[in-house]
Ligand binder design. Sequence first.
Ligand SMILES: [Zn+2]
Length: 57
Amino acid sequence: MSKKKVKNKKASTKYKMYDKEGKRKACCPKCGPGVFLAEHKDRQTCGTCRYTVFKKK
Ligand SMILES: [Zn+2]
């Protein structure tokens, strides 16, 4: 599957919030939608800007 540029799609940011399982993915608040946070056991991190969110119990 190749990445396609989406042209003139109103909800282009919305559908990216979900992965193929329909689960909501966390996006980096600094890098914006489309940059997802990597899942770790106790935290989520952005590979681009190193933003980290620690999960609460
Ligand atoms: Zn980021």
